[in-house]
Every structure is written in structure tokens, then in C-alpha cells.
Design a protein around this ligand. Structure first.
Ligand SMILES: NC(=O)c1ccc[n+]([C@@H]2O[C@H](COP(=O)([O-])OP(=O)(O)OC[C@H]3O[C@@H](n4cnc5c(N)ncnc54)[C@H](OP(=O)(O)O)[C@@H]3O)[C@@H](O)[C@H]2O)c1
Length: 342
């Protein structure tokens, strides 16, 4: 197994090999050469886990074989089953969290804190630990001198935090408005085009947009979690999901006919801005102005408008955002940390 003091490799523990995790493995497998060139090291998988357990991946198994094993339901054959404690003990360089969001985010928060204490950095696509326990996670990273990157938690592969960290360093952001959750807006759009809620969800599932358990999305919780992360990361707040006002699209039956008749466009919009010394954050159903750039792209896209103190407005969007784009954002974060460690 490649461990953290191995000079030529950065070792990662992959938690979750679902839609995002499989795309991550595929990208890793296809881009090894380019990664080595850009990072100066190979990225090797030391641990891989799914809902059945964590496996200490046998030395020499490459990412393609790992991916095939997961797709064939044979992940357990790739190594010995271990406990999370063993991962901390072995101390890979980076834990990559691609597990599903849990309602309280406690498991993820505990995993990150223990990782930091064990000298491990974290890359995550999982919103819950950050939306529910921002300060605990960030304080632990700081105290232990470790890094955490979370580009994929908000609007999948559409760059936001890395853009702000690396391309907009001289500016101060005063407002972020964005369409950050595809499922809820796709379903809303279908409902405005005469499908009922169930038909809209089925269509979103056929398109591969909605998960089997879609309620986090359609109740607006997913979008609200992302808004919390934006407020905390970009504006330095310390809010949690409980502090948020948010809308979903499950209870619109008494309004939908009137909304259709109006001919207006509606979206669930995340909005975070500074008002005096206060930071206001919401994720609400809004009527969109026809020329609002946030409705200039299709309903399978995600986008933001960033406004700065000097009046600049940056519009960032991804025409189609899904597990592949999300996995690319996760791999980018892994590469950024790997390069810093190198
Ligand atoms: N899909 C997207 O486009 C997207 C975009 C942005 C962010 N995200 C976030 O990325 C994360 C992964 O999303 P996804 O679409 O890949 O989800 P997914 O398809 O449901 O995959 C989740 C993976 O985690 C595994 N898992 C479940 N519980 C686990 C546990 N306790 N320990 C270890 N592994 C566990 C599952 O195991 P099994 O394979 O055995 O079921 C599966 O491999 C989620 O937090 C999601 O919110 C996803």
C-alpha cells in the first residue's frame, strides 16, 4: 500500500463509489499521465468503501480494475475489509468523501475531525457535514494544520470556491445569487409546463437528474444546504441549515395554476448578500426577470452571479451539470491538495 511518506504517490481513501465515485475513478484512471505531470505525483487509491464496508485496496490494483470490481458488485474482492479506525491508523494523505448526505451530518463531521487529527486532508462532495457543522469542521482543520476542499458541494462541477480562491483574490464579493440545485428547478419547470409533481419527478429520474430519494431536493433542503455553505465560505458567516429560510416545490398545488397563468419564469434561487454588518441568506422561490442571466441557460444547467464591491459582475455557468462534472471538481480538489503536499 502506498502510504503518505511514499515520495512518488499521494494516497487517497475513497468513501462512496456511487454515481460521483465511479466517475471519479474513471477520470482518475483515464488521466493518470496528466495528473502526474500537473501534480508531480501519482494518485493511488489505498481504501475504497461503499455501503457494505471499507476495503483496504491490495497493492497493485489499479483504478480501472477497482471501477470494474465495483460495477460487477465485487468491491469486497479488492482487499481486506477494515474499520474506519484502521483508515485513520494507516493515515492516507486524503479522505475523499462521496457518500450521501445524512440529515444531521454527524457521521461526516466526526470522520473529518478524526482525519485531521490523524494528519489526513479531506476533499468532500457531501454537503451535510459542512451545512450542519461548519465551525467544528473548519476549526478542527485549522487547529490540526490540515486542508479541506469542497468545490463539489455547491452546484457540482460549476467552479465557485476555487474561482474565488484562485482567480478573484483582489476582489470582495458582496452578493452571490445562483441556481445551485438542478433537480428542484427541473421539477418546477416541468410543473409549470403542465406535468404534475409525480410526472415531473419521474421525468427527472428518467433524465438521471433526480435520485431515488428525491425529497431532499424537492423540499428545497439540498439547495438550502448549499446556500449555507456559500454564506459560511464566502462571507465568513457561521450559520447552519436551521438558520435558513428555504422553499421547495412539493407544496405548490394551490399556487401552480396562478403561476402558470402569469407566464412568468420561476426558479428556486440561492441568494447570499451583505447588508451593513449582516449576512442575509435564503433559498426561495422567485419570479425571474426576463433578462436575468440566471435564466439564460437551460433547466439542466447550474450558474451563479457574483457581485463585487467595485461593481463587477461575474457570471459563471455550466450548461449541463451532473455526476461527471461533480467528479471532475472532486478530482480537481484532490489534485490541488496533492500538489500542495508535493
Ligand atoms: N450526483 C451528483 O451529480 C452530485 C452533485 C453534487 C454533489 N453530490 C454529492 O455527492 C455525494 C455522492 O453522490 P452520488 O450521486 O454519487 O450518490 P450515490 O450514487 O447514492 O452514491 C453514494 C455512494 O456512497 C456509498 N455509501 C453509502 N453509505 C455509505 C457509508 N456509510 N460509508 C461508505 N460509503 C457509503 C454507496 O454505497 P453503495 O454503492 O453500496 O450503494 C455509494 O457507493 C452525495 O453527498 C451527493 O449529495 C452529488
Amino acid at each position: 500500500m502506498a502510504l503518505k511518506n511514499d515520495q512518488d504517490t499521494v494516497s487517497i481513501a475513497i468513501m462512496g463509489v456511487g454515481n460521483v465515485g465511479r466517475n471519479f475513478l474513471s477520470l482518475l484512471s483515464r488521466n493518470q499521465k496528466g495528473i502526474r505531470k500537473k501534480v508531480g505525483k501519482d494518485i493511488v487509491v489505498s481504501f475504497a468503501s461503499d455501503s457494505h464496508g471499507i476495503y483496504s485496496v491490495r497493492n497493485g490494483i489499479n483504478t480501472e480494475v477497482l471501477l470494474r470490481a465495483k460495477e460487477d458488485g465485487r468491491l469486497r474482492e479488492t482487499g481486506n475489509k477494515v474499520e474506519l479506525e484502521d483508515v485513520f491508523g494507516e493515515s492516507p494523505d486524503i479522505i475523499v468523501d462521496m457518500t450521501p448526505a445524512t440529515p444531521d451530518g454527524v457521521f461526516g463531521m466526526g470522520m473529518y475531525v478524526n482525519a485531521f487529527k490523524s494528519g489526513i486532508d479531506v476533499v468532500t462532495a457531501n454537503k451535510s457535514p459542512l451545512a450542519m457543522h461548519w465551525s467544528e469542521v473548519m476549526n478542527s482543520a485549522r487547529i490540526n494544520g490540515r486542508r479541506i476542499r469542497y468545490e463539489a458541494t455547491v452546484a457540482g462541477g460549476t467552479p465557485l470556491f476555487n474561482l474565488i480562491d484562485y482567480s478573484l483574490m483582489p476582489v470582495e464579493i458582496v452578493r452571490v445569487r445562483g441556481i445551485v440545485s438542478m433537480t428542484v428547478n427541473f421539477v418546477l419547470d416541468r410543473m409549470l409546463h403542465n406535468l404534475d409533481f409525480e410526472q415531473s419527478i419521474r421525468m427527472a429520474q428518467r433524465e438521471g437528474i433526480a435520485e431515488t430519494n428525491f425529497h431532499d431536493d424537492t423540499l428545497g433542503i439540498d439547495s438550502a444546504r448549499k446556500t449555507v455553505i456559500m454564506a459560511n465560505s464566502i462571507f465568513g458567516s457561521n450559520i447552519s441549515l436551521q438558520d435558513m429560510e428555504f422553499d421547495g416545490v412539493e407544496n405548490l398545488s394551490d399556487r401552480i395554476d396562478e403561476m402558470k397563468r402569469s407566464g412568468d419564469r420561476y426558479r428556486i434561487v440561492s441568494d447570499v448578500y451583505r447588508k451593513g454588518s449582516e449576512i442575509l441568506a435564503s433559498s426561495k422561490l422567485q419570479t425571474m426577470e426576463p433578462l436575468d442571466p440566471l435564466v439564460s441557460l437551460g433547466t439542466s444547467s447550474l450558474c451563479y452571479l457574483l457581485e463585487t464591491t467595485d461593481g463587477s459582475k461575474y457570471f459563471v455557468g455550466n450548461i449541463r451539470d451532473g455526476p461527471l462534472e461533480t467528479a471532475s471538481a472532486v478530482l480537481n480538489d484532490v489534485m490541488l491538495i496533492a500538489r500542495q503536499r508535493a
